[in-house]
Write a protein that binds this ligand. Structure first.
Ligand code: ZN
Length: 187
């Protein structure tokens, strides 16, 4: 396990379409170590999600989730903001319903920048978990947003591409000063 270098915007790996993981390879040390290191990297940088292309591995998998932080776990019982720890491999998203929401996003590959992105509120996701089992997830709210942001990374798409207007593109310092005192984690 190790903390990996995060690719920043401009690196071609962030614009490539990542390759599917052969389900037979999921149990391999290469993929298992990659997953462990991605969790470690995400936690080191206090992200809420991290896709493999962001650590220079062009394969279709990502990790996500907010580990409960000490002392904060009890008071932060806001389910809307909670993202369970997950590893999704070869994820396929199906949008449920027509509802969309506009909210702030940040990205570990575009550090210290925030912007508002409109995304579907509710999704169904089909994927493999880290043991190579087929899983079906239903997600909404912030969790659905994170899954969509990470899946976009597997297709070479960054959140900036999803912004309807760049007017809300904001440096972190100005974000906390003029827009919102509560930070949105990068992903
Ligand atoms: Zn990102």
């Amino acid at each position: 396990m190790s903390i990996l270098k995060v690719a920043r915007m401009g690196h071609p790996v962030l614009r490539a379409r990542a390759k599917s993981v052969d389900p037979a390879e999921i149990a391999s040390p290469r993929i298992q170590t990659l997953i462990d290191s991605m969790f470690e990297t995400m936690q080191e940088y206090q992200g809420v999600g991290l896709a493999a292309p962001q650590v220079h591995e062009s394969v279709r998998l990502f990790v996500a989730g907010f580990p409960p932080r000490r002392g904060e776990a009890a008071k932060e019982a806001d389910d809307e903001e909670r993202v369970p720890l997950m590893v999704l491999i070869n994820p396929e998203i199906k949008v449920v319903g027509n509802a969309t929401a506009d909210d702030w996003e940040g990205c570990l590959s575009i550090p210290d920048v925030r912007g508002r992105v409109t995304r579907p509120v509710e999704i169904d996701v089909r994927a493999y978990d880290r043991r190579g089992r087929r899983i079906d997830i239903h997600a909404k709210g912030f969790t659905a947003r994170v899954i969509q942001h990470e899946t976009d990374h597997l297709n070479g798409v960054l959140f900036l591409d999803r912004m309807k207007s760049l007017e809300t593109l904001t440096f972190l310092e100005e974000y906390s000063r003029y827009w919102n005192s509560r930070d949105v984690p990068e992903e």
